[in-house]
Every structure is written in structure tokens, then in C-alpha cells.
Design a protein around this ligand. Sequence first.
Ligand code: FES
Ligand SMILES: [Fe+2]
Length: 451
Amino acid sequence: MTEKRSEASSPRSYQGYHRPVSGVEDPELTHVERGTPCGEYMRRYWQPVAMESEVGDLPVLVRILAEDLVLFRDGSGRYGLLHRHCSHRGASLEYGIVADRGLICCYHGWQYDVDGTLIRAGSEPLDSPICKNVVQGAYPVEAVDGIVFAYMGPPEERPPLPRFDTQNMADTESEAFSITTPCNWLQVYENTQDPIHVLHLHARSSGVQFGAASGVDQVIEYRDTPLGMINIQTRHVGDHVWTRTTDSILPNCNQTGAIFEEAEKPKFFRRVSILRWMVPVDSVTTRTIGWRYFNADLDPKGLEDRSQVGKEMIDFIGQTGDERSYEESQRQPGDYEAQVSQRSIAVHQLEHLASSDTGVARLRRLVRNQIRSVADGQPAQQPQWTQGDAIATYCQDTVWPWRAGKLDEEAERDVMRELGRVVANTVVETANQRHSERVAALKSVCESAGT
Ligand code: FES
Ligand SMILES: [Fe+2]
């Protein structure tokens, strides 16, 4: 009895009744409908809307940024992305007939071109003025290497479709994929600037889910880049030291290094295993669409499986909701379980951010600043084409022999921190250089560094 009384009298014990169970979410960062600050910001950038493999001879219903749309490829091979409801009397164009030119609504035969112009209004006279007066909502579409992108913002602000320096690398093959996550886009996106979760979720909580080296504790720092930010993770793994930089490319694009990296041999500026966009379907659903990259250097243990990459599939654990039983997902939770269980829209007001959330806080700040800038009428900050035909990016892995000998823990972390900074600075400073020059620069700074 005495013990129970003392627990009850402690101000921190059994406070359920007094703790909040709900709070205000952060709509400025999370709501994506047209006319919302974040929705308008997102609409200033090309967004992936589907994989090309999804578009056959029938129109495809897609939902992006809380808009219901119909994607199709007409008989001339052109993609179109139209508002779902026909401008005549609202029938859904998902039941439309794909024509040589555009799409014909099933109900009364109104025919729309891929740009939304009304070519023919069913049984109305060919010279009917209605064809000049009615326009179906349409968005420009471009397809690249298996992914269909659309631009849903004001036409006069349309930027060129980005092309990053990691696309079409000479020694690398790509496979498009998409994964749906039933929660807000930001919690999927900010997971990539939360590197400490790799140690906890993917190693300690669930056993090693990716490369064993990723379960080694790391020194983490962050810095801005011309595209957004990177985190800098440096680990001492066996005889080597490994620095990974992970890109957040605003507003919602991420690149990640080798999923199964083991840091067992030197490598310099090894590029990415994933380039992906966390696309808001609406404010409570996210569809991650991107490319998974393959080459032998990214996969030293032969653990990748290209046959498991595609629609609602990726070849590493814990990314989808239906791959395992509930019990399995409780015993070995992955990113999917962690992110979805943060609520449909994570309630920032109920969080208690700590020092290890520096990256999450920084990313939110960057996104918020851009949202406010667009809301103030400024043009959205678009990526610069630093390499002529491509936009330089900053995600990579560099592995180098550990030469600092045996040190106490604090001194060892100092060495790792310093090497991480040197690697990250070099990665950013060589943005205008060719790939081979960036590799050589990384090699050079590792050779002259203290480790
Ligand atoms: S509703 Fe589409 S043509 Fe009538
Ligand atoms: Fe993760």
C-alpha cells in the first residue's frame, strides 16, 4: 500500500487523465488541397502520378494532391491527365473510350484532346460554339523511364521537368516502383531526415533489416544544399569508416544510398539506390513513386531482388501494409508500421522533439519557409541545372580504411565527425563537376584526412 501511495503521489506517475489525447495538427505543412499553402507549393513542381506500366488501353483513375484525375494514353501514344468529371454533365472519364486523339466520354460522346480542349461535343453540330467555350481541366504530362509525371500548377510558372545527375548512370539499371502509405506525406518524407531511426527501428527493435553495417551507431550532422538538405551519417565499421549523405530535394523528393551497404571495401561517391518522390494522394494518403537502382557495387552481398520491385512492391522489408501478418509486423515493425501509426496526420503539437530530431525540425523549417514564400507570391525555388543537362545532387556513400588507430569513444566520434564534414563539403563543392571528377575529389580528401 505504501508503495502504491508513493507512485500515485509522484507528479509524473499515472498522468493519463491529465495528458492530452488530441491536439491541433499543422495544416500549413500537411494539407495539400488546392488553395492550401502546402497544396499550392507542391503544385509548383512536377510530381510523379503513376508508373507507365499501369497505363494500358483503359483510362486510369488517379488521385493526386486531393484531385481526382483520369490518366490515359491515346492512340497516338500521347499521355493525357484530365479532371475526372466530364464538363458536360459530370460522368467519370474513367469510363471513357480512348481515341486516336484524346478521350471520348462514355455518356454523350464528348471528345477531349490530351490538353483538355473539346474536339467534338457528341451529337452537337461540328461548328457548335460549345467546343470553343468548354474546356476540360487538364495537366501537362511527361513520361520518363517508366514513370509518368504531371505538372498541376499555374501554367505560366511551369518549370522544366527535372533531370537529376543520378538518372541514367552508365553502370546502373533502374526499375520504377510505387508504394501507397495511408498517412500524411510529411511523415513519410521526414523519415529520411531521421537517421537515428535506422539504428533503433531497423537494427535494435526489429533485428537488422538492411545491411548489418547500418546497425552500427553513427555520428550524424546536417547541412543545407542548393536543393534542400542532406544528413551526414558517419560510422566506424570494422576496418573502415563510412560516410553516407542522404538528399532531401525540396519539396518532396529523396535519394538514399545503398540499402545493403556493408562498408567492407573502399568506395568513393557511390551513388544512390533509390530516387523517389513522396507524393500526396491527399492529406491522409501518400504514394511514393520513384526508381530503384541496381548495380553490383550497390549490392555487395547479392541481397537485391529486381523481381520484387514494382507496383506496391519493393525488395526490402517493412515498406507496405500487406506483406506480412499483423503479428509479424508487431514483432519486426518497419518504416510502414512506424509512419502509419503516427496517426493519419501526425499531430506536431503532441510531439516532444529531442536533439536527435534535429533533421526533422530542419526539414520542416525548410519546407515551411518555402511554403510561406510561395504564399507571399514569390516564385517557387526551382533546382538549378548545374551540370548543363542535369541537376547535381548530393547523396552518396564513401568508404575508406580507418587509419586513426584505437581511440576512446569521444576521440573516435571527433574523427568521424571531421571526416563526415570533409566528405559532405566536398560533395557539395563539386556540384559543377563531372561524376569522375567528384569521385576523384572524394578519394583525394579521404587520402589526406586524418583517418
Ligand atoms: S457527361 Fe460526358 S458527354 Fe455527357
Ligand atoms: Fe527506415
